[in-house]
Write a new protein. Structure first.
Length: 196
């Protein structure tokens, strides 16, 4: 598999860049935001790539950062999201904004992406919410405070178990915020509160 390319820009097209790697030219489809970051013809370029192999084609998709490529590959795991839609999503907003929109279930922001309707936005939230690290994002739930540390991990666990934002916000308000208890104990305490 081709994991990345390093070479010179041989040309740009509307949705791709041509990379000259020692005389071999590769067409790499990239998000619009990445295309604007890549230098002019003749300048050096380095891309992290994903090779999609189909019966009738082998296509390279690329990003300038490893994190962006990982998110691209995560988006591909969602039912109904192909490489072109994943590129459109990545090209429309910064990664942090996208991850927060998914974590917070912000369908209005997600449906601004060309090719993403309400149903696909709901599927993105449903299938990816559990895969995102809310603690690392430092995000909250709709109608609640911004979460960090152990409380964000508790919120993520409860979200994965299917509880809604209102239930989670209510129970988080009753949990200790000093971080002295292990996350597992906080989750158990939260489940007991919800069960009452």
């Amino acid at each position: 598999m081709i994991a990345g390319l390093r070479g010179k820009v041989a040309g740009k097209e509307a949705d791709s860049v041509i990379v000259d790697c020692g005389g071999v030219l590769y067409r790499v489809f990239v998000p619009g935001s990445t295309l604007s970051e890549i230098g002019a013809e003749g300048e050096d370029v380095r891309l992290h790539t994903h090779l999609a192999v189909r019966e009738d084609a082998m296509t390279l998709y690329g990003c300038t950062t490893r994190r962006q490529l990982e998110l691209f590959e995560t988006l591909l795991s969602v039912t109904g999201v192909g490489p072109k839609v994943a590129l459109a999503i990545l090209g429309t907003m910064p990664i942090d904004t996208l991850e927060q929109a998914i974590a917070q279930g912000d369908l209005a922001l997600l449906t601004r992406v060309p090719g993403v309707g309400k149903k696909l936005a709901q599927r993105l939230v449903l299938e990816l919410k559990g895969k995102l690290d809310l603690a690392a994002l430092g995000v909250g739930l709709p109608g609640g405070p911004v979460l960090t540390g152990p409380l964000a991990e508790v919120a993520q666990a409860l979200t994965t178990l299917g509880y809604n934002a209102g239930e989670i916000n209510q129970v988080l308000a009753k949990l200790p915020k000093d971080g002295a208890q292990p996350v597992e104990d906080l989750v158990m305490a939260a489940l007991q509160q919800i069960g009452r």
